[in-house]
Design a protein around this ligand. Sequence first.
Ligand code: FAD
Length: 294
Amino acid sequence: MHIVELIKKSEKPFYSLEFFPPKEKEKWQEFYAVVKKLKAINPLFVSVTCGAGGTGQENTVEIASEIKNTLGLECMAHCTCVRSDKVKMDEYLNQLRNANINNILALRGDKPKNADGEIDESLMSHDYKYAVDLVRYVRENHKDFGVAVAAYPAPHPESISFAEDRKHLIEKIKTGADFAITQLFFDSREYLALVDELKKEGIHDCPIIPGILPIQSLASIKHTLSLCGANIPGKYFLQLEKAHEEGGSEKVREIGLNYAVQQIKTMLEYGAKGIHLYTLNKADLCLELIDRLK
Ligand code: FAD
C-alpha cells in the first residue's frame, strides 16, 4: 500500500522511524533486534536510508525487505539520483518491487566529492539533475510506487534564499510527490513557517511530516549538524555545551529528550499528522522519548 494512504487513514498522530543500514553485515542481527524493539511503538511505517552517492543500495533493498516481509512493518526505501542514471534507477526500482517494497523517498543526494574533498560535478546524475526529475521519472515509468520527498524547514544549504527553496519543494509536490519528510530541525518556528507558506501557495493536502532528532551527545549532534546543514538555536546549543561540561553525555541526553518532547508536542498541536523520528538505530532513546510523551 502507498504510505500516503496509511497517513490519510490514520486517525491519531503516528510515528515513523528512520534507520540506516549498518555497514558490517555481522551487525545486522543486532540491528534487527533494535527494529523489533521499536515495533512496540507501532510505527505507521519505517524508512531505510541509502548511502551517500547512492552507495550500498543493495543493503537498503535487503534490509527494507527484511523489515517489511519478515518483521511486518510497512517500509519506504530512500533513493538518490547522484551517481545514477535511468538504467541503474530501473534496476534499483525493480529490485525494490521484487522485494515487495513500493514506496520510495526520492532524493537528489548530496553532491559527491573527489579524493581531495572537492565537489565533483561530473559524478552528478546526467538523467536526474534534481529530485524533482526523479519524481517525474517515477510517476511516468514506475506508476506503482508511492513517492515521498525531502523538505527543509531551514532551507537546504545550497539554496540561495528561503523563497527559492520553497519554490523547488512546491515543484516536487506538484510533480507528484505524495508527502514530504523534513530535515531535522530544532527551531520549531522554521517548520511552522514552512507549512504556512505552503498553505499560502495552495498546498493543503500534502502531509509535511516533521523529522525530529533526540540529541544523545554533544559529539553526535556536532557530527550530524556538520553533515546536514540544519540550524540549532544558539541558546539551546550553549545549554547542551554546559550540560556536557557538568554531566557529560548523560546530561546532554536528558536535555535532548526533554527538548524533543516539547518539539513533538508543538508539532502535533500545530496539526502535523505524525512525527518522523531519526532513530540513529537506537531503540532505548526512542522508547524513552515516546514514553515521556504519554
Ligand atoms: P533537491 O530537492 O533536488 O534540492 C537540492 C538543492 O537544489 C536545493 O538547494 C534546492 O533548493 C535546489 N533545487 C531543487 N530543484 C531545483 C531546480 N529545478 N533548479 C534549481 N535549483 C533546484 N541523503 C542520502 O545520501 N541518503 C539518504 O538516505 C538520505 N535521506 C534523507 C532523508 C531526509 C528526510 C532528508 C531531508 C534528507 C536525506 N538525505 C539523504 C540528504 C539529501 O540527499 C541531501 O539533503 C541533498 O543534498 C538534497 O536532496 P534533495 O532530494 O532535497 O534535493
